[in-house]
Design a protein around this ligand. Structure first.
Ligand SMILES: [Mn+2]
Length: 272
């Protein structure tokens, strides 16, 4: 897992407007992007990690309401493992279900969507507004009332796979056009100087997605990656960043900023 401090956390705003394709997107959408929450982490004799993960999740969902977010993206390793017991899954689902903010979950390498997984056994605890990817080849969730479409390839086994290698079948039949959001859980080549690893995300994968924003997970540090013309970010794991990533899709650009829990507590709420 990543180990460096989030040196770029704070009030940084990236204006990726120049990277947008020349399509008309007159509506704004606010997204909260997190990953690697690892609910259920820890050992039987030390449940501090488990309590911390739930506390982070509660804080994120409260922020989703306070910041008037339209959707929450959880880009993999939401659960630490597929042995998590039903009461904890039910408690976790309750945190997501209650605010009625749409949530999209991408299963990662720790919580692959497969037989006997958390999602297969206990998925019924999640409300209808919690969408969970379940296909390694990719699925498109179309949230028409929000004006976004969200693509993701779920981990469905513990084997290595290419988490952003498929071509999304974006919808283009909507007027005004839907924002194109991709999610992927893996290792982007070059991020933090990484060269050799599993779950590879190549630079050309990020380009070929043709997404306005790519929500990444698996590496714990917040930061941008990908070649020119792409807007792909690792959210930062809540346990490392002590925060989440706020993404504002606006007609003139995509604004991305890490939000620290401390700053929220001090009442520093970014304007919508
Ligand atoms: Mn992972």
């Amino acid at each position: 897992m990543a180990d460096s401090a989030p040196a770029d956390a704070g009030a940084q705003v990236l204006d990726a407007g120049a990277l947008l394709p020349p399509a008309a997107h007159p509506h704004s959408v606010r997204m909260i992007h997190t990953s690697d929450v690892h609910v259920g982490t820890g050992h039987m004799r030390d449940e501090s990690g488990r309590e911390e993960a739930l506390h982070f999740l509660e804080t994120i969902m409260r922020a989703a309401v306070d910041l008037d977010a339209d959707v929450v993206l959880i880009a993999g390793d939401f659960f630490d493992n597929n042995r998590v017991k039903e009461p904890l899954v039910a408690e976790t689902a309750g945190i997501l279900n209650e605010p009625e903010v749409p949530v999209v979950i991408l299963p990662g390498n720790h919580d692959p969507h497969m037989a006997d997984s958390v999602y297969e056994r206990f998925g019924h605890h999640f409300a209808a507004h919690v969408h969970i990817f379940d296909d390694a080849d990719g699925t498109l969730f179309s949230l028409d009332d929000l004006g976004v479409q969200i693509w993701g390839q779920a981990h469905t086994s513990y084997d290595d796979f290419s988490p952003a290698g498929s071509s999304p079948d974006w919808r283009s039949d909507s007027e005004p056009p839907l924002w194109r959001i991709a999610m992927a859980h893996g290792s982007a080549v070059g991020f933090d100087g990484r060269l050799s690893f599993g779950y590879r995300i190549e630079e050309e994968h990020l380009s070929d997605l043709e997404a306005h924003y790519v929500a990444l997970g698996h590496l714990d540090r917040h930061g941008q990656t990908g070649p020119p013309g792409t807007t792909a970010f690792y959210s930062g794991a809540p346990s490392l960043l002590k925060g989440f990533t706020l993404v504002d899709l606006r007609p003139h650009g995509v604004h991305v900023q890490p939000i620290l829990f401390d700053a929220l507590e001090r009442g520093q709420v970014p304007a919508r």
